[in-house]
Ligand binder design. Structure first.
Ligand code: ADP
Ligand code: MG
Length: 283
């Protein structure tokens, strides 16, 4: 092959010979591989064929090629966020049955599903007896957050307490606290199901404190906030923790009894004011 050009029309690159085309193609693949754009590299022959067959413009062809890489990158990142999140079930907000949960305010869940609450570091408290869908909703919120691009982590109160306990023994307290401060959304499931060991209250308090006004917590519990002192074995710490949790919060009562929900609001507000009367009312 001569490698000489065959056309010289203005504004167009010379049409390369087959050898040139082949080596250009190899160079392009090499560039994509070096830049770690592996999905684009793999899709290159297909996209080039499509570009020729559909007479795509250069812009359209590049857009098609890079869209493949962008989609693959986003899918990988989402998979990574979901792996990190440690969600215990496949539950999602979409498969939550509102007819089976009469007390749940659908509009509120729809609003939470937008993840806007994460931008204001608003906390969500899900309160109700076992089996009413608290874990389901908290997993759904965590999944929605991961899909929206937020770093999310799901744990139970008992696991958090155990991990902090081990960290204290092994001299990793600060690292562990940084870990719990990291995710934009931290879900703490099942507060109150198991009696927590003595130092768990201070671990939980520190986790809540360091996230206060910065990042959101979704917390589920079978105990009304009035009995958190009992749950944590320390009413002062419980009150201080609730003060921070409830300052900017959405409280969902899943027992379906609106009277009790109002009653709960009144009680939590009273408790909050008792600890710090200067804050704004519950939102
Ligand atoms: P809780 O955490 O309040 O004890 P779960 O969220 O674990 O309850 O719910 C128990 C089971 O019932 C789960 O499998 C959950 O997916 C399902 N479930 C509960 N409420 C609903 C609902 N409203 N719609 C769909 N599934 C539900
Ligand atoms: Mg549960």
């Amino acid at each position: 092959m001569s490698g000489h050009t065959t056309t010289h029309s203005a504004g167009r690159l010379p049409v390369p010979s087959t050898t040139e085309a082949a080596s250009l193609y190899q160079r392009l693949r090499g560039h994509l591989a070096l830049l770690k754009l592996h999905d684009a590299a793999e899709a290159l022959p297909t996209v080039l064929d499509q570009a020729a067959a559909e007479d795509l413009s250069m812009t359209a062809a590049l857009d098609r090629l890079l869209s493949i890489e962008v989609d693959a990158t986003e899918a990988r990142r989402l998979a990574g966020r979901l792996r990190f999140a440690c969600l215990p079930t496949p539950a999602s907000l979409e498969d939550f049955d509102y007819d089976a949960a009469a007390g749940v305010d659908r509009k509120l869940i729809d609003e939470l599903a937008t993840c806007r609450y994460l931008e204001t570091a608003t906390n969500v408290l899900l309160i109700g007896p076992p089996g009413v869908g608290k874990t389901h909703l908290s997993v759904g919120l965590a999944r929605a957050a991961a899909h929206a691009g937020y770093r999310t982590y799901f744990t139970t109160a008992a696991d958090l307490a155990a991990r902090c306990h081990r960290a204290a023994i092994e001299g990793r307290w600060a690292t562990t606290m940084r870990f719990y401060a990291g995710p934009t959304l931290l879900v703490i499931d099942e507060l109150g199901y198991l009696p927590l060991p003595g130092e768990a209250a201070s671990a939980l308090f520190q986790v809540v404190s360091q996230r206060y006004m910065k990042t959101s917590i979704v917390i589920t519990t079978n105990r009304g906030v009035g009995s958190w002192g009992e749950v944590l074995g320390d009413s002062t710490v419980a009150a201080a923790m609730l003060d921070r949790l409830l300052h900017r919060s959405v409280v969902l009562n899943l027992d379906g009894d609106s009277y009790r929900r109002r009653d709960h609001h009144a009680r939590s507000e009273k408790l909050r004011q008792a600890t710090n009367g200067t804050r704004q009312p519950l939102q």
